[in-house]
Design a binder for this molecule. Structure first.
Ligand SMILES: Cc1cc2nc3c(=O)[nH]c(=O)nc-3n(C[C@H](O)[C@H](O)[C@H](O)COP(=O)(O)OP(=O)(O)OC[C@H]3O[C@@H](n4cnc5c(N)ncnc54)[C@H](O)[C@@H]3O)c2cc1C
Length: 436
């Protein structure tokens, strides 16, 4: 009898333990499920959201972030972009919330620079070299191209930011920065703090920064964070139903290809080609601190013997392939080189080495400019969903400027499940019917 009681107690004890274990597992599963986020797209928008989600989530929160991208880091427009970064319009007018956007971009750039320095694989170089791996701090020169344009530019520089100054230069001053530069109206506007970023290096380094945050979270006594990149195509949003509590859509110009979204966003697409040029060894290289140039065509300086010249604007194209055919490259060169040589005649000595292209997602023009589209889109895609779908798109031709601050706001909105933390200027597109 005693033996039976002991055996019974033993069974009871193990059953309780199993039940307790199951309960724990269930709690763990619920905790994980409650904090599963998926970010679609690994361009400027996607990686900025990931970094801010990891940075802002409470330490004790368990969180899993899955990134889905069919190509990998920087597979879309971000990876090919000219990398020019400043808070002004082509007429040097401060853009909507330009100060905030500039400040946050600088912060994220520092994160990437620090991560690139910390990368194990990049040893043997000085910290400064590794920072240049992400960004070139050589400023941008904007020449006045006609009289009307000069009056406008002169007016606009009065409201420039102290953190990204715009100086008015005469011909002599411009020549000392960039010998041989040609100013049609003897005046140029110089932004000494403006940058050009190596987009691919920046994105790789920012992703490294995200992985570093995850690593830090596992060494602290806090909720564990997980981050995975899945190189996979996304075909429909419904595939994510049930597994995630939030899906953040950062698919750039290809967002319209999802069946649930197609035709519901006020976005237009525009393909741009960029030509890559190099200088032969027997020629004197571009000056060490010579600025990039912003004019009818721009020149983004990658190094003393490497330039990018951009960009074409092919509206309504849906071709997002980065590869450029010989025909397309020839057409682009015929358009870009005459424009570039008006300001920098020395370009004739440079040799074409290849071209890349990307598809921009262009938002509608408002009285405040072309503002990206953000917000929770469950009401846009209809039906009842167990998960929240968020859109971070329409970065147009200024993704570098917008991605950091808006990624920060998007992360706040997702973590608090509250769209109202996003300024209404960025969500008001939902109130108007798209004119497709
Ligand atoms: C030629 C050109 C030059 C530019 N120059 C500048 C510049 O100098 N400065 C500047 O600020 N901006 C520039 N831009 C604009 C800038 O590149 C964009 O604003 C920015 O890249 C948009 O970022 P994104 O993350 O929204 O989209 P993307 O960078 O396009 O990222 C979307 C990601 O989603 C992935 N994806 C898409 N569809 C799917 C799918 N179905 N399944 C899985 N993954 C998918 C893609 O592979 C891609 O990695 C330029 C753009 C172009 C085209």
């Amino acid at each position: 009898m005693e033996g039976f009681c002991l055996a019974f107690q033993h069974v009871q004890h193990s059953t309780l333990s199993i039940l307790f274990l199951l309960l724990l597992l269930q709690f763990d599963a619920i905790a994980l499920q409650l904090n599963c986020r998926s970010v679609l797209g690994a361009g400027f928008a996607g990686l900025s959201v990931v970094w801010h989600l990891l940075k802002q989530s409470p330490k004790e929160l368990q969180m899993r972030i899955d990134i889905y991208d069919e190509v990998g880091i920087g597979g879309g427009a971000s990876g090919v972009s000219g990398g020019l970064l400043h808070p002004y319009s082509p007429k040097v007018k401060l853009l909507w919330e330009g100060a905030q956007c500039w400040k946050e971009s600088m912060k994220l750039l520092r994160v990437a620079e620090e991560a690139s320095v910390s990368k194990d694989c990049r040893t043997g170089e000085s910290a400064e070299d590794m920072k240049a791996f992400v960004a070139h701090k050589r400023g941008i020169l904007r020449p006045a191209t006609d009289m009307k344009n000069m009056i406008k530019l002169n007016d606009n520089v009065k409201t420039c930011l102290p953190s990204c100054r715009v100086e008015t230069l005469n011909d002599e001053e411009a020549q000392s920065l960039l010998p041989g530069v040609c100013l049609p109206f003897n005046t140029a506007f110089y932004m000494p703090e403006a940058l050009n970023i190596n987009s691919q290096h920046y994105l790789q380094a920012l992703f490294q920064g995200c992985k570093n945050l995850v690593k830090e979270s596992s060494t602290l006594e806090s909720g564990h964070k997980q981050l995975s990149l899945h190189k996979r195509s996304v075909h429909r949003l419904s595939d994510f139903e049930g597994e995630y509590d939030a899906v953040i859509i950062c698919l750039g110009a290809k967002v319209n290809m999802l069946p649930e979204i197609s035709g519901r966003l006020p976005l237009r697409t525009c393909r741009g080609v960029i030509a890559h040029l190099e200088l032969p060894d027997d020629m004197i290289g571009y000056p060490e601190s010579g600025p990039s140039i912003l004019s009818d065509a721009w020149i983004s300086v990658q190094g003393p013997r490497s330039l990018k010249v951009g960009s074409t604007w092919e509206w309504k194209s849906i071709n997002s392939l980065p590869n450029v055919s010989t025909d397309e490259a020839t057409k682009a060169l015929l358009e870009l080189l005459p424009k570039a040589s008006t300001i920098y005649p020395g370009i004739k000595d440079w040799v074409f080495t290849g071209a890349r292209a990307g598809l921009r997602a262009m938002p509608p023009l408002t009285t405040l400019g072309s503002l990206p589209l953000l917000g929770c889109i469950n009401d846009v895609i209809g039906r009842n969903h167990t998960c929240r779908y968020w859109l971070f798109g329409g970065l147009g031709s200024r993704g570098l400027l917008y991605h950091a601050w808006l990624g920060n706001l998007m992360a706040q909105a997702v973590l608090s499940c509250n769209e109202e933390v996003i300024p209404s200027e960025l969500t008001s597109w939902k109130a108007t019917e798209p004119k497709i």
